[in-house]
Ligand binder design. Structure first.
Ligand code: GLU
Length: 448
């Protein structure tokens, strides 16, 4: 482990002490603090105003009971969370995750990342995150609806277009957002479109929001390739996951001339040397909510493996789009040994710290999620903009805006890395550029 700057080590100690057992949150904080040494040296005013000590403490954390009745008439109890982390730049903004692994430490890590991600977009949005340990997998639509209605009954007190604007994340897509918005509308007696993003196109949603995280991920990586005079043309790519982020990342890679040869879900991975058939993948995962093995059953060129890691599949470019800490040190060694030269995080923190160090020492370019996957939340901000002006943009216009935003984020990260003497270090560039914008706003707003 690297040593933190003397001004930053006590901040991290305080985080460990205040948030016992929240290992993902500790990891996310450490990864940011590790980059900020040169910033605190240059800006003692940030230290004097305790910006670091304040930024690691959420403005507000809400934990609530979510009771609901399943199809067999049993009462079920889940736990709901909303961590409103930082609103210096705008209303809290970030998704809701429904997954059995969700606990306060996961929500805090995601909320903390979201502050810097949202800052990097250059848009007026603060950072927050929420969710529940509810598992939508295997539940009927009616059960998902009753759960969402109960969840929103409590959450509705804490959100609003000027306060906090949730969206989707793992386990929360169009279906869940529909039930959540319906209940919010009913409780408030108001069609407040701007309270949620990721809405359906017939009820206030934006074109490209569904595709945005995946497309944006590939737009970012395309910029990295351009900066070295290269492109996706002819590249062999592995994308982990098969959810909303992975599906549209795969589609965009293939539009740009690359071939995605593998993707996965929690049951295993498929290899398809002919290139992933996106329509078939969508049918299996989005329409039928099935397992990835069904893809291999329906596609002669594909095979399914339930053992081992998807990162054993050789590739030029790796795009982890599944979940946190899915790519560890040994995976990183395998990827580097197989000739991978670029890794971009489509998911939030999918790479362990040890794996990131392997990439750094092996000369593999590593682009972190808070920059790479910011296209999702950026397009959420475009959705808020359309809702506020009661407008609705075309697919082409929205996609152009997304591409422009991703190019802007790439350039901001690259220029900041250069400015701080770390050329090519996208981790330092993203952390410093994201942090500085929030820190300046916090300084201006006083001790609050
Ligand atoms: N959950 C997404 C993320 O990790 C999107 C958040 C949003 O659109 O508010 O950035």
């Amino acid at each position: 482990m690297t040593q933190l700057h003397p001004h930053l080590a006590p901040v991290f100690d305080e985080v460990l002490h205040r948030n016992p057992g929240e290992s993902e949150f500790h990891q996310a904080v450490f990864e940011v603090l590790e980059s900020l040494g040169p910033v605190v040296t240059k800006r003692p005013d940030y230290v004097d105003a305790a910006i670091l000590r304040r930024i690691v403490e959420p403005e507000r954390q809400i934990i609530f009971r979510v009771p609901w009745v399943d199809d067999a008439s049993n009462v079920q109890i889940n736990r709901g969370f909303r961590v409103q982390f930082n609103s210096a730049l705008g209303p809290f903004k970030g998704g809701l995750r429904f997954h059995p692994s969700v606990y306060l430490g996961i929500v805090k890590f995601l909320g903390f990342e979201q502050i810097f991600k949202n800052s990097l977009t250059g848009m007026p949005i603060g950072g927050g995150k929420g969710g529940s340990d509810f598992d939508p997998k295997g539940k009927s639509d009616a059960e998902v609806m009753r759960f969402c209605q109960s969840f929103m009954t409590e959450l509705s007190r804490h959100i609003g277009q000027y306060t906090d604007v949730p969206a989707g994340d793992i386990g929360v897509g169009g279906r869940e957002l529909g039930y959540l918005f319906g209940q919010y509308k009913r409780l408030t007696n108001a069609y407040e479109s701007g309270v949620l993003t990721g809405k359906g196109l017939t009820w206030g949603g934006s074109q490209v929001r569904k595709e945005a995280t995946g497309y944006g991920t590939i737009y970012f990586l395309d910029e990295v390739l351009h900066s070295r005079g290269d492109s996706f043309e002819g590249k062999r790519v592995v994308v982990s996951g098969s959810g909303n982020v992975a599906i549209y990342a795969i589609e965009k890679v293939q539009q740009l001339g690359g071939t995605v040869v593998a993707c996965s879900d929690s049951s295993g991975y498929i290899v398809d040397e002919a290139g992933i058939d996106v329509e078939l993948l969508q049918d299996v995962k989005e329409v039928r909510r099935g397992r990835i093995a069904e893809y291999a059953e329906r596609r002669p060129s594909a095979s399914f493996t339930s053992e081992g890691s998807i990162w054993q599949v050789a590739c030029d470019i790796a795009v982890p789009c599944a979940t946190q800490n899915e790519l560890d040190e040994s995976d990183a060694n395998t990827l580097a040994a197989n000739g991978c030269t670029l890794v971009g995080e489509g998911a939030n923190m999918p790479t362990t710290q040890a794996a990131a160090r392997v990439f750094a020492s092996a000369g593999v370019t590593f682009a972190p999620g808070k920059a790479v996957n910011a296209g999702g939340v950026a397009t959420s901000a475009l959705e808020m903009q359309q809702n506020a002006s009661r407008d609705s943009w075309t697919f082409e216009h929205t996609d152009d805006r997304l591409e422009e935003i991703m190019k802007g984020i790439h350039d901001r990260c690259a220029e900041t890395a250069d400015e701080y003497g770390r050329p090519g270090d996208y981790v330092a560039g993203a952390n410093i550029a994201g942090f500085n914008r929030v820190a300046d706003a916090m300084l201006a707003l006083g001790v609050i």
